[in-house]
Design a protein around this ligand. Sequence first.
Ligand code: MG
Length: 277
Amino acid sequence: MRNNPLGLFIIPDDGLDMRLQVAKSLQIPTAHILTPPTNQRTIDNATLLAEKFNRAGVKITVMFCGFPGESYASIDEVEKTVGLAPESTCTARLEECKQIARFAKQMGVDTIGIHLGFIPQDYCCQTFQRLLQVTRELCDFCDSNEQRLHLETGQEKAEVLLDFIQQVNRVNLAVNFDPANMILYGAGEPISALRLLGHRVKSVHCKDAKWAANPGKEWGTEVLQGQGDVNWEAFFATLSDLGFTAPLTIEREITGPEQLQDIKKAVSFLNKTRQAF
Ligand code: MG
């Protein structure tokens, strides 16, 4: 895995220039970004943002969707508010996803990422069927823009996600694998999940976490990479077996100076740990 480019997850509203400087100084050549808010998705802003990344020499490989009203305060709140799963906001958010895909296209970004929300295990339930339909529609929209759609892991077990992807049945649908999310949500052991999802994994987040005392009922705890329960040697060995060539994108979901320090530590950790694979 020593030849995979490194990446950094960047939230544009969270001190973009400084984060681009950090990426540059740490020789991180790629990024995943969260979409800017609705009122900033203009053509002018797409040009401006693309120029900033170009000047910094950082290529955006995935743009993630985000919506007003989403809350990650607890696992219950996620189920009620996140992604396309909640019925009351589904139609409006599908349209917003298309707007995000258009904005990404204007910036030259060929992949959209999303937390769909909890995919139910029950194929027959309305939520599952509705999610199938809207995901197909979004895939087809992305396809018309020559874009892919990546579903972020964590909210459901890998088996459920795999079945869902097979039922959506679109070639431009893939997985953004976040091993820490599997632990944070209590959705299953990350390495076996990675093996199961296999070649469908087209992008990853390098993030670490510790299991909760009651996994699935309460949050696990996100920690500095290398200090959590992700087996990074097995993670890189599995990615290497899969022939994974995409960036290793560092994600540290805290704010302030500690985030920047942890990103530097994560780069050192990654560079040391991935060498053997
Ligand atoms: Mg993630």
